[in-house]
Design a protein around this ligand. Structure first.
Ligand code: RM4
Ligand code: MN
Ligand code: MN
Length: 434
C-alpha cells in the first residue's frame, strides 16, 4: 500500500523485492559470464572480490549538505550521531557495501560512546577513521581557529588543536577505530600573510605530538587540499607536502587522497601510483568534481577517472605492493538529493569501477606497454571500462542478502517519510557540510 512503512533493513522485505528481479539477474549474469569466459575471466571470482569490497560512510554525509550560499534541508534528517548511524545501517543493509562509518568530531559528539558502539554493532556496523575538526570554532571554545589551528602562530592555539586530535584518538579507541584523519584548513589568503616555511614547520611540530599519542596499531592519515578555506596558500596543499609530512613523522603516517582536492585536470591516478611506490597511500575520500572541491556523488561526473584510479589500486594488489592497505571512505555533500540514495549509488559506483578494473588483462597490458603499442594498451583499458558489469554488482548484493536494486527498495520502504514523522526538524550542529 502506498505510504506504508516497511523497515528497509528487514531481510524478508529485501528478499521480497529481490524475488521479482531474480530471473533477470540470473539471465544477465549467465550472459556476461559467457562473454567474460571467452576473455579468460572467471566471473564468479570477480563477483567474490567485488563482494568483499567495503567503503566507509561519512557520518556527515547522511545530512543534507549545502553551499556557501544556502542549505536546503530535506525532511527527516538525522539530528544526532545515533540517528546518523541508523541511516548508515539502512545504506549497508540495502547495498552490503558499507560496513563502516567514519565519524567527524566534535560534530558527532556524544556523552555515551559505549552506547554508540553497541548500537553500531547491533546494526552490523564498525568504525573507520575518525576525523578531527579544527577548521571551525565550536560553541564555547576557548581559543579561535580563525587564523589557523595546528600551524597557528600562537603556541596555545596549537596546543588546543593538538589536544583535540588526541581526544579524537581516545574516542576512536573506545569505538574500535584504527585511524585518525587530519585535515586542516590552515593557510593564508594573502601573499605575505604567513611565512610559508615556518607554517609547515609548526605543522610538523604539532603533528609530531599527535603522532606520539597514536596507539601501536593506529595510522594517521594526512589529507591534503589545494585551497579553501585558505585561498592563497594552504599549509598541506598537495601530495608533496603530505608525503613530506608523512615521511617526517614516521611509519604510521600515511597520505589520504580526497579526489576533489586537486586542481582541475590533475592526474590523480598518477598521484596514487607515486604514493603506492612510496608505501604511503593511506586511503581515499571518494567523491567527484567538475571545478573544485565540489563533493559531488562518486562517479557522477568522470567515471573514467574513477576507473583509472581503481586501475592503479588493482595493479598494486596484483603486484603485491608492500604496505598497501588503503582505507576507502566517501566524502560527499548532498545538496539536491536524498543523502541515503546518493550514498548508496556512490558505494555502487565504487564497486563498478573496481569490477571494471578487475577485468583489465594485466599481462596483455604489460606486453603492449613493453612493445610501446599505445593504441592497443589504451584499448585494453577501454575494453574493461566499457564492459557493463551491472550483473556482477547485482549478483554480489544478492549473495550478501542485500537488495538487487537498493534505490527502488529504499523508496518502496518509505523510510524517509517514516523519519520525517520520527525526527521533527531541529537546528543541529554539523548536519551536513555548509
Ligand atoms: C574538507 C575535507 C575533509 C572534510 C571536510 C568536511 O574539505 O574534505 O575531509 O572533513 O571538508
Ligand atoms: Mn575529505
Ligand atoms: Mn573536501
Amino acid at each position: 500500500m502506498a505510504g506504508t512503512y516497511s523497515d528497509p533493513r528487514d531481510r524478508s522485505f529485501i528478499a521480497d523485492g529481490n524475488a521479482k528481479l531474480l530471473k533477470d539477474v540470473e539471465a544477465d549474469y549467465a550472459a556476461l559470464g559467457a562473454i567474460l569466459s571467452r576473455r579468460g575471466v572467471d566471473i564468479d571470482a570477480v563477483t567474490a572480490t567485488v563482494a568483499s569490497f567495503g567503503v566507509a560512510i561519512p557520518s556527515w554525509g547522511v545530512g543534507t549538505g549545502g553551499t556557501r550560499f544556502a542549505r536546503f534541508p530535506g525532511i527527516g534528517e538525522p539530528r544526532n550521531v545515533f540517528e546518523k548511524l541508523e541511516d548508515c545501517g539502512v545504506i549497508h543493509s540495502l547495498t552490503g557495501a558499507t560496513p563502516t562509518v567514519s565519524l567527524h568530531l566534535p560534530w558527532d559528539h556524544t556523552d555515551d560512546v559505549p552506547a554508540l558502539r553497541q548500537r553500531a554493532t547491533a546494526l552490523g556496523l564498525g568504525f573507520d577513521a575518525v576525523n578531527s575538526n579544527t577548521f571551525q570554532d565550536r560553541p564555547g571554545q576557548k581559543l579561535s581557529y580563525k587564523f589557523g589551528s595546528l600551524t597557528h602562530t600562537d603556541a596555545a592555539v596549537r596546543a588546543q588543536a593538538v589536544e583535540h586530535n588526541i581526544d579524537c584518538i581516545r574516542i576512536g579507541q573506545l569505538l574500535g577505530s584504527k585511524a585518525l584523519t587530519v585535515w586542516i584548513g590552515d593557510g593564508a589568503n594573502f601573499p605575505g600573510q604567513q611565512h610559508l616555511g615556518r607554517a609547515f614547520e609548526r605543522y610538523l611540530e604539532s603533528t609530531r605530538q599527535i603522532y606520539a599519542a597514536l596507539p601501536a596499531d593506529w595510522r594517521m592519515l594526512i589529507e591534503h587540499k589545494m585551497y579553501e578555506p585558505a585561498f592563497y596558500a594552504t599549509v598541506i596543499q598537495d601530495w608533496g607536502s603530505s608525503l613530506l609530512a608523512a615521511q617526517t613523522l614516521g611509519p604510521k603516517a600515511f597520505c589520504l587522497v580526497d579526489l576533489g582536492h586537486h586542481a582541475p585536470n590533475v592526474n590523480i591516478e598518477m598521484i596514487v601510483s607515486r604514493l603506492v611506490h612510496a608505501r604511503r597511500l593511506g586511503g581515499f575520500h571518494f567523491n567527484d568534481s567538475k571545478y573544485g572541491d565540489d563533493d559531488l556523488d562518486t562517479g557522477s561526473i568522470d567515471p573514467y577517472r574513477l576507473f583509472l584510479v581503481f586501475n592503479e589500486l588493482v595493479d598494486a594488489q596484483w603486484r603485491q605492493a608492500p604496505d598497501f592497505q588503503p582505507a576507502h571512505m566517501l566524502d560527499q555533500s548532498h545538496n539536491v538529493t536524498d543523502p541515503i540514495e546518493s550514498l548508496m549509488t556512490s558505494a555502487i559506483e565504487l564497486q563498478r569501477a573496481y569490477a571494471q578494473a578487475l577485468l583489465v588483462d594485466r599481462q596483455v597490458l604489460a606486453d603492449y606497454q613493453q612493445q610501446n603499442d599505445a593504441l592497443m594498451a589504451a584499448q585494453t583499458l577501454k575494453r574493461a571500462f566499457t564492459t557493463d558489469v551491472q550483473p556482477i554488482l547485482a549478483r554480489a548484493r544478492l549473495q550478501k542478502g542485500a537488495a538487487i536494486d537498493p534505490v527502488a527498495a529504499y523508496r518502496r520502504s518509505n523510510y524517509r517519510l517514516e523519519c520525517a514523522n520520527k525526527r521533527p526538524a531541529s537546528q543541529s550542529f554539523g548536519g551536513g557540510i555548509v
